[in-house]
Write a protein of this length. Sequence first.
Length: 202
Amino acid sequence: MINQLNQSFRERLPSAHQWVRKGVRWYLSDRFERSEEALAIPRWVAGRMRWLHPRTIANSPDPEPFVTGTILKELIPGDSFVDIGAYIGLHTITAAQVVGQSGSVVSVEPSPTNLSLLRSHVRKNALGNVEVLDRMVSDSTGKVTLHLLNDGDSSSNSITFDEGSEEMAKLARPHRAESLTLDEIAEQTGRRFKLIKIDVEG
């Protein structure tokens, strides 16, 4: 119901919707900041309810429906899934709900800020089948400098920036992150992944 009202408002009054959206995001950012302990709110994706941080209320709970559709199509109970570049865990939640307690999800995210919200979402949705790794995936193991935007509260954190993104690079804060390979993740977790989602920068 909430999603339908929001969609109708956006289609009929796009300018007003944009201002209200900005106002809500500002209010929630000011009131809750990035606190992982903020009271979660219920949102629905593909007929499944999930509990999300209140900062997500002004955004779609399913920003990448194609990815969600692929997860729902390819996974069944008992499968294993790895979410590389998990951000705050929206696809992690979907996959964990699909594979159930007989399955497993490994969620990989290097940004400390995103990691905090990811872990909060795993906890608030009681996802006991999810293992969170505070790492980044690369072709080798070691320390890598990750550039954090907005103190890490971004889906565009990167080890490098494209040409022409010098201003963005100036705003980034360097963060030393541990990297490991996908093979090492499979070996350490002892899982054979049915589906791998990769959404990373740089």
